[in-house]
Design a protein around this ligand. Structure first.
Ligand SMILES: Nc1ncnc2c1ncn2[C@@H]1O[C@H](COP(=O)(O)OP(=O)(O)O)[C@@H](O)[C@H]1O
Ligand SMILES: [Mg+2]
Length: 291
């Protein structure tokens, strides 16, 4: 997590913030997490949305930023209309608040879908996102980044910038290889040493453990860093679109309970704002359900 002193440093270089006065509330730490993995279709967006919604439900001001700049999927999964308003934010015709989708504590900043102007622009998307985070992190307890597939410089920069990286991996060989490549590049290029694995779409516990040990050991042997295991999300035998409705619904099914438990354990271990303020929240109630 970034210290207040580091936050202040970024603040002092940010002209937009200089114009407003600050209260003690502004110094609440914000935990920044990227949801990443290298490969597409492994569940990064579903997991980002679910995590952001659950953190918000438990009382935390949570912003999810869709970093898949021109193939933004978050709004689609929520059944919201696509409007490419993000283009207007880039051209300064709209403000952050104009583009933001707000549902209680859950805020979503969608990106674009097939925008020609974004495609043609020479803008550095990672820099834009980091500017947005620096300007608004004081408004949130958590900022989650739904990262694009691939290992572009921009994706790596966003991953390295965050306090935590949740690497979503499936039992597919290609997903395991892509996650390894991502972690290697992050380490070699940015010195990133800490990553958390989420195994998605596993079918048996044994299969999940195998992914964790194979990837964990390869990372330790060849990169020389340890990997934390956050938990798994079982493959649901359901049509692809059906999964999002099921996973993101309010119903307290097995997937929901297990995912909330995973979130709770992460926040407990990492002393984030959720751990500090968990008493009496809906997450606490879920936690009792699980045990
Ligand atoms: N555990 C799961 N079981 C079944 N389907 C899943 C699971 N996780 C994700 N999916 C489905 O897989 C597809 C790809 O997920 P998505 O989150 O869009 O991946 P990514 O963002 O990594 O490209 C979606 O249709 C999603 O609903
Ligand atoms: Mg996605």
């Amino acid at each position: 997590m970034h210290k207040t002193s580091e936050w202040l440093l970024s603040f002092s270089s940010n002209q937009k913030l200089n114009s407003r006065s600050l209260s003690l509330e502004d110094f609440r730490p914000c935990t920044k997490i990227s949801i990443t993995g290298g490969k597409g279709g492994v569940g990064k967006t579903s997991i980002s949305l679910k995590a952001a919604q659950e953190l918000a439900k438990s009382g935390h001001r949570t912003l999810l930023i869709d970093c898949d700049s021109n193939l933004s999927n978050t709004a689609i999964k929520l059944g919201l209309p696509l409007d490419n308003k993000f283009e207007k934010l880039l051209s300064a015709e709209a403000s952050f608040e104009d583009v933001l989708i707000q549902q209680g504590n859950f805020h979503l900043l969608p990106a674009c879908n097939g925008s020609i102007s974004l495609f043609e622009s020479k803008l550095n998307f990672a820099e834009i996102i980091i500017d947005i985070i620096n300007s608004h992190e004081h408004e949130y307890d958590y900022i989650l980044l739904d990262c694009p597939a691939g290992v572009s410089r921009e994706a790596l920069t966003l991953n390295a910038f965050c306090d935590y990286r949740w690497v979503v991996v499936t039992p597919d060989k290609s997903s395991i290889t892509d996650s390894y490549s991502l972690i290697k590049l992050l380490h070699n290029r940015f010195g990133t040493k800490e990553n958390h694995l989420i195994v998605n779409m596993f079918q048996t516990e044994k299969q999940m453990q195998k992914v964790v040990s194979t990837l964990g050991q390869t990372i330790e042997n060849f990169i020389g860093i340890k990997t934390s295991f956050l938990g798994g999300v079982k493959k649901a035998e359901i049509s692809a679109d059906g999964f999002d409705t099921f996973f993101l619904s309010e119903t307290n099914n097995e997937w929901q309970k297990n995912f909330v438990k995973l979130l709770y354990e992460f926040t407990e271990k990492n002393g984030g704002p959720m751990a500090a303020r968990l008493q009496g929240t809906s997450l606490m109630a879920h936690e009792h359900d699980v045990h």
